[in-house]
Ligand binder design. Structure first.
Ligand code: M6R
Length: 608
């Protein structure tokens, strides 16, 4: 969602800003703009639509100047038009602002500003904040921004510049990520590390309530009330190659094919073969504390919520701890029952999802210990939890989450082992699990080697407007995930259902035109799902089944099958989801869809 970048240094700002915005395109946006300090004024260019439209606008008239900022906007207040695109100016036209987030009291502030003669051009809350800063400006931008933000409720990540203070950028954060990039004789600010990597790996993460004052040769971090605070400088561990497509047509395909390596990275250093256990220091959970946990709540959104459902099955089955899975967006509004014996696990690839963050803060406030399973290092959720585990699956650029899902399930398997070995699981069982986890990367590779088979199956979705995904037990969440993947990138309506529940309604939809994808490895409920496939067949439905080798029974019933290797029942989702990811990818490509940046979607959803 929305991308922010600012540059101050000796180089021309425009190409740097445009390249940085390109690197953040994956986040999802619907308009873009830049502002550059030029000849004692501010030159602004904005355009609705993709960055290429803005680039077209700039051709032959790129603003000249070495201080500037750029923004990609994902509309919240006001339609995705050029006039609503950022940057926005204050009343004087001498201060410009870019903003991620929502200013909740903007209506009241706007009313007061209107009464004092301000004129607004856009429908945005951002323009209101720009005017407020302008009104409070008395020759010191830093103080004007601090004063304005003291009056503001809501979430923001902002960058501000003034034509009267060339060579200075002010940034601030409350709820929306802001990271400073420290270079040699130049400094940058962005909402996303990927925008900084061309220039530096040394970064400072702002926390909520903090501001930064940047010039080419210095930076200072402060709060809204104090002049200076000390912040650690961190190093970004990944490099540019990891955020480039590396020969693949799309990031999504690259990320699907990275999974043997990405889950290996998730497990690295944590598995203890001898003791059939795991060691995850980050969890900060002693044996005594772990034994005290009476109940677990896992909270997340979207794909991460699907991995949470698999985690529930694992934890309840192996560790026998009652576990609930909550949509993060619902959790905090329903007065949840949480106490000090409840462990809350928040799962998030981005670590910035507003709903998940709010749910974990609510749980913390109610006295729960909160763990995070997060991919993005230094993200807000990773810094708000008591302990946790980084997924270490590398940057996920495609909007459709793929490798983060398998890493989340692997991480949940490791959390499960940690609890299970303290309670019910024997040494031998623990070793069996470790062994099965270690085989998964090679098994995923086997599935990926058969991608051309899936590519052929994708043609069965030609002309389809609906699809049904069925699974049972631990593979029901895989059916949900397969359906989500298909709908978000191919725009075909798809539903995931527990296979037996289908007869209570969705069975009415089945006809020869609707593909029915059934996830049916040879697990404890295999016999049951065979009956469900028969029910579909009896209504003329066309079944594509994900099965294990030599499953003659299902092969006879299904129109097509795809074989995945066998593993322990609870780990099957890590293998069965791969063909579903590939299937949605090839279907979307066949339909000419923008796979990496599907319409209306954002990579990290930082608004409620
Ligand atoms: O970054 P998070 O894991 O917190 O994101 C949660 C969802 O927004 C995300 O999984 C979304 O559903 C993806 N588009 C799924 O592919």
């Amino acid at each position: 969602m929305c991308g922010i970048v600012g540059y101050v240094g000796p180089k021309q700002a425009t190409p740097i800003l445009m390249e940085a915005l390109r690197r953040m395109e994956y986040r999802g946006y619907d308009s873009a703009g830049i502002a550059v300090l030029n000849n004692g004024g501010i030159e602004i260019h904005k355009a609705a639509g993709k960055l290429s439209v803005l680039a077209g606008e700039l051709e032959g008239r790129e603003p000249v100047g070495t201080t500037g900022m750029g923004h990609t906007r994902w509309a919240t207040h006001g339609a995705p038009t050029t006039v609503n695109a950022h940057p926005h100016l204050d009343q004087s036209g001498r201060i410009a602002l870019i903003h991620n987030g929502i200013i909740e009291n903007s209506t009241a502030i706007k009313k007061a500003l209107l009464a004092r003669g301000h004129v607004f051009l856009s429908e945005t809350d951002t323009e209101v904040l720009a005017h407020l800063i302008g009104e409070l400006y008395e020759g010191n931008l830093e103080e004007a921004v601090a004063a304005a933000l003291r009056d503001v409720d809501g979430a923001y990540g902002i960058v501000v510049l003034s034509a009267d203070e060339p060579g200075t950028l002010i940034a601030a954060r409350n709820g929306s990520p802001i990271v400073l990039g420290l270079g040699e004789g130049e400094n940058l600010v962005a909402s996303d590390q990927s925008a900084l990597l061309d220039h530096t790996r040394s970064v400072v993460y702002l926390d909520n309530g903090e501001m930064a004052v940047l010039s080419a040769n210095s930076y200072r971090v402060r709060t809204l009330t104090t002049r200076q605070i000390d912040k650690p400088v961190n190093q970004i561990e990944w490099d540019l190659a990891t955020i480039e497509r590396g020969g693949f047509d799309h990031f999504m395909l690259k990320e699907i094919f990275e999974q043997p390596e990405s889950i290996e990275n998730t497990m690295r250093g944590h598995l203890l073969e001898e003791t059939g256990n795991v060691r995850v220091y980050g969890l900060k959970l002693s044996d005594t504390d772990a034994k005290k946990v009476k109940r677990i709540i896992i909270t997340a959104c979207g794909t991460s919520w699907h991995s949470a459902l698999i985690g529930k099955s694992m934890i309840e089955e192996l560790a026998r701890i009652p576990t609930d899975v909550e949509y993060a967006s619902e959790f905090r509004y329903r007065n949840p029952i949480v106490d000090s014996e409840t462990l809350v696990i928040a799962i998030s690839q981005s670590g910035e999802t507003a709903d998940t963050l709010a749910a974990l803060l609510e749980a913390k406030q109610r006295g729960a210990r909160v763990l995070g399973l997060v991919n993005v290092v230094g993200s807000t959720i990773s810094r708000e939890v008591h302990g946790g585990m980084y997924l270490r699956c590398g940057p996920e650029i495609g909007v459709a989450s793929t490798k983060a899902f398998t890493s989340q399930v692997v991480a949940l398997a490791m959390v499960t082992l940690r609890f299970a070995r303290l309670r019910t699981m024997s040494l031998l069982e623990g070793r069996r699990y470790i062994d099965a986890l270690q085989q998964l990367p090679a098994q995923i590779q086997q599935v990926l080697d058969c991608a051309p088979e899936i590519e052929k199956l994708a043609s069965r979705f030609d002309g389809a407007t609906n699809a049904l995904y069925l699974g049972r037990g631990v593979n029901f969440p895989v059916a949900l995930e397969g359906a989500l993947k298909l709908k978000e990138i191919s725009y075909i309506h798809a539903e995931g259902y527990p296979a037996a529940e289908m007869k209570h309604g969705p069975i009415a939809l089945i006809d020869e035109n609707m593909p029915v994808v059934v996830v049916a490895p040879r697990d404890a409920v295999h016999g049951k799902i065979v009956s469900n496939i028969q029910e579909v067949r009896a209504r003329g439905g066309k079944v594509i089944a994900i099965v294990n080798k030599n499953d003659e029974e299902i092969s006879r019933l299904a129109e097509a099958t795809f074989i995945v290797p066998e593993t322990l029942d609870l780990l099957t989702p890590i293998l069965t989801v791969i063909p579903l990811q590939l299937l949605s990818y090839y279907v979307a490509v066949n339909r000419g869809c923008n796979v990496d940046q599907p319409r209306n979607l954002a990579k990290s959803v930082t608004v409620e």
